[in-house]
Design a binder for this molecule. Structure first.
Ligand code: FAD
Ligand code: EPU
Length: 354
């Protein structure tokens, strides 16, 4: 079917657009295009969408709000994005309230709704951009909490088998910035999550800066809403706002390395920050490694490393995805040369050979 006939074609539950701009669909503000864009408003339409003639034989790329992707090139296949909305309380029990939320909801709106309704658990995960459907992908985490701790099950459409499936928590294989879904990209389109949230729980305020921020706020007996406010204050101070300057949050994962390597590195770099990561290994700060190499605030054309946070790759204006990726590679090579550690990108990089 020629592209012009696909333009803004409306069928039950989804819209197809040919040669679609992705500029406003990624927070790094890369001006990439997709051969075909399918916007799905109702998950029930997914079987019909994947049987549609326009998608036959094309490669599919799943996209949420684009806050964790770098389009290093155009997408030759079909970008599928699910916009389904809805939040539903399933039941309230002694072990918490079970809440089902559709993939197309905004994660941050959902977190704020849970807090307003008196549910605890997600307070440390406030202000993370993106959709609910992408939250399990990298098991989003911040300030000592990960979403996977509260996700009871994940509903998805299996693109290989063309049927709806569900995974319980153990089947999701959650890890640090990792999950079964991340290890098999574009295999399952996540359609909804069920979370179990307690009314009260032991608040996590040990992450660097949270306790100090609560003290600064004059809060001595914090409630979940206070922790959320402290996290909002910290995030606002530390991270550049994608509405002001294009970015995808942390561009690299914090590397997890054997303790022996940490001891060896510390002989030369006594200040090296590290945190226990279980089983004889430690997590290092990628931001510290990058800053120590002198890359913080670096700029090559419109591609840059934030001067507020060394882990954040920024687009000062019209950087292409290829330029941003080239700068990321330069940073990676510098850190490898100085510390012998290969940083792994955290966002999904699209359009470069694996
Ligand atoms: P996208 O960027 O659109 O997609 C991300 C990945 O998920 C892709 O692989 C995509 O194929 C896949 N995907 C998207 N939707 C679905 C779906 N429905 N089904 C299956 N696969 C899907 N992350 C953290 O963990 N912690 C943070 O503190 C944090 N802070 C950030 C701060 C800033 C300023 C920014 C810009 C990003 C930050 N991130 C953080 C990263 C980002 O917010 C999360 O990864 C978020 O979950 C991405 O959601 P999205 O809808 O934008 O996903
Ligand atoms: N640091 C520097 N230079 C900087 C910034 C930080 O040296 O410019 C060092 C400091 O030693 C600081 C340490 O890095 O104590 C940790 O910094 P921060 O608390 O900002 O956390 P991070 O490790 O850089 C991680 C996540 C963030 C998450 C925060 C808070 C990863 C890859 N990133 O960042 O997640 O919000 O912790 O929990 O794990 C994201 O995934 O996109 C993201 C923003």
């Amino acid at each position: 079917m020629p592209n012009d006939r696909l333009a803004a074609q409306q069928t039950a539950g989804f819209t197809l657009t040919g040669n679609a701009s992705l500029l406003h669909r990624n927070t790094l503000r890369v001006d990439a295009r997709a051969a075909l864009l399918a916007e799905v408003h109702d998950a029930a339409a997914l079987p019909a969408l994947f049987e549609h003639a326009a998608l036959r034989g094309t490669q599919v790329l799943l996209l949420g709000e684009g806050s964790n992707v770098l389009f290093a090139g155009d997408v030759e296949g079909t970008v599928v994005t699910l916009k389904s909305r809805g939040v539903e309380v399933l039941d309230r029990g002694a072990h918490g309230t079970r809440i089902r939320v559709a993939a197309g909801e905004h994660w941050d709106d959902f977190v704020r709704w849970t807090l307003a309704e008196g549910h605890a658990g997600l307070e440390n995960l406030i202000m993370i951009p993106g959709s609910v459907g992408a939250a399990p992908l990298q098991n989003i985490g911040a300030y000592g909490v990960e979403a996977g701790e509260f996700i009871e099950s994940v509903e998805a459409f299996d693109l290989r088998e063309h049927r709806f499936v569900a995974f319980d928590n153990a089947q999701c294989g959650f890890g640090y910035r990792d999950s079964r879904f991340k290890r098999h990209p574009d295999r399952w389109l996540i359609t909804a999550l069920t979370l179990r949230l307690p009314r009260e729980h032991a608040l996590r305020i040990d992450y660097a800066g949270v306790r100090e921020e609560l003290a600064r706020m004059g809060i001595h007996r914090p409630a979940p809403a206070h922790v959320a406010e402290a996290v909002v204050n910290l995030r606002t101070r530390k991270l550049p706002d994608p509405a002001v300057i294009g970015n995808a949050g942390s561009f690299f994962k914090n590397p997890v390395v054997p303790d022996a390597q940490v001891h060896a590195l510390r002989r030369e770099h006594p200040q090296l920050p590290s945190w226990p990561a279980g089983a004889g290994s430690s997590k290092l700060s990628a931001a510290w490694l990058i800053e120590t190499c002198g890359f913080k605030g670096l700029r090559e054309g419109d591609a840059g490393i934030s001067n507020r946070h060394a882990l954040v790759l920024v687009n000062h204006g019209r950087a292409t995805g290829a330029q941003l990726w080239a700068l990321a590679q330069r940073v990676r090579a510098g850190v490898r040369e100085r510390f012998g550690i290969l940083l792994e990108p955290e966002p999904r990089v699209i359009g470069v050979p694996a």
